[in-house]
Design a protein around this ligand. Structure first.
Ligand SMILES: O=C(O)C1=C[C@@H](OP(=O)(O)O)[C@@H](O)[C@H](O)C1
Ligand SMILES: C=C(OP(=O)(O)O)C(=O)O
Length: 449
């Protein structure tokens, strides 16, 4: 359990952890490339380790150094000897579901049940309780359009994927549930023997994550073109081994940025690249629109004390279509902003590690927040800070969700009295040294076992 005590100010310099999304993709691309790739400054977190161990199970050789992961691959995925456990990582599950259809069995290993009619290998992907609730239907359906068969109960993990040649050249997929399905197809289709096209149906959400996929694929020698709302992939492309440096993570940095802003403090966050393709870079515009004072440099962000004792944040309307992971951060910011903060266009926020709209409403209400759940977002009425209204310490559940732990920690630092946050070990999913980092800038927080 985390014991979070009121904290007046923070100060100093911290480094944003490396990007989770970039690390996943770089590791998986390395495992698809013939030769040796070095992933420099990878995010050494539970979710990224899931991608790493999965690629190892699929035949890559991995050498872990403190600041780089060296991945050697024959450029083909091998049939794994066991079920692959992808833990809590939705990104790993979604991306690998397509790719493992391309496993090649070792020609020396004849399995007794294989006869002339059944030369298919299988790969089984499974994960934790939360992963087994994450929807997979649209991806399973898209893969069936390419003649790739995935067996499941209820369109959820565990999944049994049969190895298969890709057939066909056009695949349709809805765009409003998870961009990870589309990233998955983007990483598969370069193996197709014909040029292919991904047709996005309906609204496209979380699109910046597709830009990240295209960006990493490009570094590994694979080209994807965007045409209107669709994506074009040339036939028979090969992934090429490379050395890849991972940039800092704006989603993780959002807690550090919001903490600095809420405590009207001076802090510098390094390792944040100004021209990043990460959608969650939007946190900078969000806090600016709410009234914060910050300076954005090439590779660092400086949050500045407003030097105005009457400093107040303003409530604003925020479309989270492209930034679903910022919702818990914004929910806490909204509690301390004057007026109303409205979060909308976030239906997809309900199908993450947990239903984050429900969880933010339920838990922050325990602290006295005035927050209303809507089908696609949250309406947060700012506390009347001038008249002494504030959040109160409470004991909070976190649903094994890393982002809730970090957002609720910020709320606890601003609250009156101590806040107890259960299940703190889940921060290791994306920001393993979160507690040490925020303690180093003055957060009054400890772990209680
Ligand atoms: O591809 C990625 O790296 C991610 C895509 C997003 O999911 P959706 O596309 O499902 O919204 C995001 O929420 C997740 O944390 C990481
Ligand atoms: C939803 C997330 O990740 P994933 O989908 O990879 O589990 C997240 O990191 O907030």
């Amino acid at each position: 359990m985390l014991l979070v005590n009121p904290t007046k100010k923070i100060s100093g310099t911290v480094y944003a952890p490396p990007s989770k999304s970039y690390t996943h993709r770089a590791v998986i691309c390395a495992g698809l490339s013939k030769g040796t790739s070095k992933i420099v400054q990878p995010l050494n977190s539970q979710d990224c380790i899931s991608s790493l161990t999965s690629m190892e199970a699929l035949g890559s050789k991995i050498d872990l150094k403190s600041d780089k992961w060296i991945i050697e691959s024959e450029g083909i995925l091998k049939v794994p000897k066991n079920v692959i456990d992808i833990g809590n990582s939705g990104t790993t599950l979604r991306i690998l579901t397509s790719l493992v259809s391309q496993v090649k069995s070792n020609s020396n290993t004849k399995t007794s049940h294989n006869d002339k009619n059944d030369k298919k290998s299988i790969v089984i992907l499974n994960g934790d309780n939360s992963i087994r609730k994450r929807p997979m239907g649209p991806l399973i359906d898209a893969l069936s359009q390419l003649n790739i068969e995935v067996l499941s109960n209820d369109n959820k993990a565990p999944l049994v994927i049969k190895s298969s040649e890709i057939a066909g050249n056009t695949v349709k997929i809805r765009g409003d549930m998870s961009s990870q399905f589309i990233s998955s197809l983007m990483m598969l289709l370069p193996f197709n023997s014909q040029d292919s096209k991904i047709l996005i149906e309906g609204d496209l959400k979380s699109e910046p994550y597709l830009d990240i996929t295209i960006d990493v694929l490009d570094k590994f020698g694979v080209n994807i073109k965007k045409e209107n709302n669709n994506y074009l992939i040339d036939a028979n492309q090969t992934y090429k081994a490379t050395d890849y440096i991972v940039e800092g993570d704006y989603s993780s940095a959002s807690y550090l940025i919001a903490m600095g802003v809420l405590l009207d403090s001076d802090i510098t966050i390094k390792n944040l690249f100004k021209h990043s393709k990460q959608g969650d870079k939007e946190i900078l515009s969000i806090v600016k629109r709410m009234g914060a004072n910050l300076e954005v440099k090439e590779d660092e962000v400086i949050i500045k004390n407003s030097t105005n004792s009457k400093f107040k944040l303003k409530g604003i309307d925020i479309d989270v279509k492209n930034t679903p992971d910022l919702v818990p951060t914004i929910a806490v910011l909204g509690c301390f902003a004057e007026g109303t903060t409205t979060i909308y266009n976030g239906e997809h926020v309900r199908i993450k590690e947990c239903d984050r709209l429900m969880a933010c409403t339920k838990e922050l209400t325990k602290m006295g927040a005035k927050i209303e759940e809507k089908p696609d977002g949250l309406i947060i009425k700012g506390l009347d800070l001038e008249n002494g209204e504030t959040l109160k310490g409470a004991e909070l559940e976190t649903y094994h969700d890393h982002r809730l732990i970090m957002a609720f920690t910020m709320a606890g630092m601003l609250a009156q009295g101590q806040t107890k946050i259960k299940g703190e070990e889940a921060v290791s999913i994306s920001f393993p040294n979160f507690v040490d980092v925020i303690k180093s800038i003055g957060a009054n927080i400890e772990i209680f076992n």
